[in-house]
Design a binder for this molecule. Sequence first.
Ligand code: IMP
Ligand code: MG
Length: 177
Amino acid sequence: MKPAAGSLLISEADIQRRITEIGAKISEDYKGGSLTVVGILKGSFIFIADLIRRIDPSILVEVEFITASSYGKGTVSSGEVRIEQDLSVPIAGKDVLLVEDIMDSGSTLNAVHKLLTSRGPRSLRIATLLEKESSRRQPVALDYVGFRIENVFVVGYGLDFAQHYRNLKEIRILDAG
Ligand code: IMP
Ligand code: MG
């Protein structure tokens, strides 16, 4: 049987193991506190669902989403970021964790980070499942990184190509052509 989308890059088990580690680290870092987790849609929805369940229940977790898009239908970032849907609560004075599926050029994270910073959170950190090697990188400080990957286009586990393949449990390199 032909594998869906392309060759396997990160297995379901490896993803889950790494998220457990990141969840433990976040639980330690925010011990005794509360946390507003902001997922960047759509790509982060599966990662955020798994991640928040690895955060110790003694931490009060609030979940919010913001919709940003930079890619359109292609596989190369346009560098332009549109905020299509904003948060539903104020974040002033809160400890905020911004959650992204993948950082490529960094323009999405940069734009959203700037926007959220302007609203005066008490703290603002970034978690990304994947960090892609990129030659056009904007400087963004990442606090929690799942995996560093080569400059290939990947799908699965929330990541799409033209809105498809988000439902794969693992991450695959998209077949060219
Ligand atoms: P950046 O703004 O260039 O950092 O691109 C980040 C956004 O582009 C992410 O939020 C993803 O939605 C999308 N993206 C970047 N690389 C990939 C990929 O390999 N597969 C799927 N989506 C990607
Ligand atoms: Mg995205």
